[in-house]
Ligand binder design. Sequence first.
Ligand code: HDD
Length: 704
Amino acid sequence: MTDDLHGQDAKQRQRERFRAQDPASGPLTTDQGVRVDHTDDSLSAGERGPTLLEDFHFREKLTRFDHERIPERVVHARGAGAYGFFEPYESCAEFTRAAFLQDPSVRTPVFVRFSTVQGPRGSADTVRDVRGFATKFYTSEGNYDLVGNNFPVFFIQDGIKFPDFVHAVKPEPHNDIPTGASAHDTLWDFVSLQPETLHTIMWLMSDRAIPRSYRMMQGFGVHTFRFVNAEGRGTFVKFHWKPKLGVHSLVWDEAQECQGRDPDFNRRDLWDAIASGAYPEYELGVQLVPEEDEFNFDFDLLDPTKIIPEEQVPVRPVGRMVLDRNPDNFFAETEQVAFHTANVVPGIDFTNDPLLQARNFSYLDTQLLRLGGPNFAQIPVNRPLAPVRTNQRDGFHQDEIHTGTNYSPNSLGGGCPAVAGGAPSAYRHHAERVDGAKIRARSASFQDHYSQAALFWNSMADWEKEHIVAAFRFELGKVGAMAVRERTVSELNHVDRELALAVARGIGVPAPAELHAGAYKQASPALSLENQRGEPSLATRQVAVLVADGVDADQVASVRDALTAQGAVVEALAATDGTVEGSDGAHYTVDRALPTVASVLYDAVLVPGRPQATAEELGDPDVIRFVRDAYRHGKPIGAVGSGVGVLSCLRADGLRIAHGVGNVVSDHGVVTETTPGPAGDGFRTAFAEAIAAHRHWGRPAADC
Ligand code: HDD
C-alpha cells in the first residue's frame, strides 16, 4: 500500500501541465492544409536512394524549422508571462478619465511579462539584475502599457545614454562574457564615471535584485507620468505595484546555486502557482502630486533616478491585479508580446522626463525589427479589444483584408473612419505649455546623484547592509582594472563612508579620503524589505520533508496536513526515488530523490524523527548539507523527535533547541520538539509562523 506523504500525487500534477492534444483537432497537414500520410521518412528513390526535391512536406517541415527564431529583445530577452485582470477599487475620475480606472465592477483583461534585463533569452532566472514588470491593459479605450521594473528608479537620466549603458552592462564585445551578470569591468567602468547610476546601483546590489518570486516583488512605472481628468486638469502620478505576498528575496549564495539547480526557478514558480490556482495578486497604487506642487521637492520630478519618498507623498491604493491564466504557447504570446510606453489611453499622459521621451521612440522602433514589420499589433497577444479602424495599410504580415477608402478626408468612403473631433472618447494631449532654446545640456535640477543613494542605504536593516556590502565586494572583486575599483569606491564614499570603507577592505583598494561634506542621514522606512513582508501566508511555499526508512510517519503526517491545509506544497525527499518504509511498516511515496534537488529550491525544511535510526544514520551527509544550507540562507527549519539530533551538525552556539521530552522551542526560525509521537499543536503553529515569516536573519552563525 503506498500513500503519499503529502496526500496528493506530485506526478499527477506534473502530468496535468501537458494538455493532451485533442484527437478531434484533426489529422496532420502541411501549411497548405494538405493531409500528410507519413512524416517520419523523407521521400527517396528507393529505400537507400537520394531524397527527392519533390518531397514538399520534407522541404516545408525543414524550412519552417530553419526559420523559427526571431531576434530576441535587445534587453529583457528572458521573460515569463501570464494573463489576468485588473479591477479598480473605486473611481479615479477626480484625477483621470482613463476608463479602466473608473468602475469597480468592470474588470480589464491584462497580460504581464516579467523579465531580467542583461541576460539572453536562454539565461538563468536568479541572476543579480533588475526585473521587468510590464503590464498590458486591454482597456475599452485601447491598449495601455505600463512598462515598469521592480526598481522605482533607473540607471540613467537621459535615454540617449541607454545604448552606452546597455553596451557597458551586456557581455563584453571581445568574448561575450559574462552572461546574465553585472560583475565585470565595463559595467563598473561606466558606473564609476556616471554618478547618476549610483542610486539604482544601490538597488542592484541589494536583495531586491534577486527576487524569491515574480509573485513577491514590487513593480514601478519609474517615471513621473501625468493623469488628466475629464476637465483637462493634470496631476503628476507615479505608479506602484505591491504584491499581496509581500516582497521577498533569495540570498546571493542561494541565487547562484539556483542558477545551476534550476535556471527556470522564477519562471517555474509563476507557472506552478497559477496552474495550482494560487493566483498572484498585486495592488496598484499611485503617488499623486498636484501640478502646482511640481517644485516643492529637493529633487526634480522629471528625474528618473529619484523616488518620491512615501513619507512625503503616500501611495494611494487604486485597484488590484490578479494573474490567473498561463499562456498556451510561449513563443506566440510571451515572446511576441510588444509593450510600449507610448501606448497610453485618454487620461494618462507623459511628462518631459528625458528617459520617458526616449522610450517613447525606442519600443516601436525595436519591435519593427523584432516582430517583422509594422503589423505586429495584429498578433493576438498584442491585439486591442477595442475596435481598430485606421488608414494604415499593407506591410509585411498584413492579416487584415481592408475594404473602403484608405485616406482622410474622403467623401467616397462617407468620411469614414471619422476622427473623433474633440469627442470625450478621443485621446487629447495635455496642453502643457513648453518653450526653450534648443540645447544639449542636463538640467541643474538633475545634478544630485548621491542623496537618494544615501537615502536607500540609510533605510536598510543591518542584515540588508551586510548583503549590499557583500554584493559590492563580489561584483568589484571580479573587476580586473584596479583603477575602476578605486574610482567606484571613491564614488561610494559620497554615498556613505562606512559603506565605502567596508567595500574597500573587501576588494584590496586603499580607503578613500574622508570627505568634509555632511553625511546625508535621511531614511525612508518603506524601502527596507523589513517593511514589505505582506500578508503572512503559506500559499505555495515549498516545504521539504527529509525522510528515510524508519521515519516516524505520524510526525510527518501531523505536520504535513497542517501545512498543506494552509496552502503549502510539501514534498518528501529521500536518498532515492520510490518509497520509504515508515516506522509503522507502511510504505510511503517519495516525491524527489535528494541528488536531484537542493535546499535552495525550498522555502523551509522539516526533519522528522526516525526512532530506530543510529546517530550515524541520522547524520547522512546529504541531509546535513540540506539542513546546513537552509540554515545559512536564513530559512525556517523544523525538527521533531530524534530529528532534533540532526541540528547538532550546525554547531550554532547560542541557538536554542528543545531538550528533554515533549517541549517545543522556537528560536531564530528553528522550531524543535522532542516528542516521540506526532508533532503537537505548539510545534505546528510555531513552524507555520516561522515559514510565513520567510527568512530569519541574525541567527547564531553555524560552524559547519
Ligand atoms: Fe526598456 C524593453 C522597462 C528604460 C528601450 N524595457 C523593456 C522591457 C521592460 C522595460 C519591462 C521588456 C518589455 C517586454 O517584456 O517585452 N525600460 C524599462 C524601464 C525603463 C527602461 C522601467 C526605465 C525606466 N528602455 C529604457 C530606455 C530605453 C528602453 C531608456 C531606450 C531609450 N526597453 C527598450 C527597448 C526594449 C525594452 C530596447 C527591448 C525590447 C522591447 O523594448 O520591446 O525598446
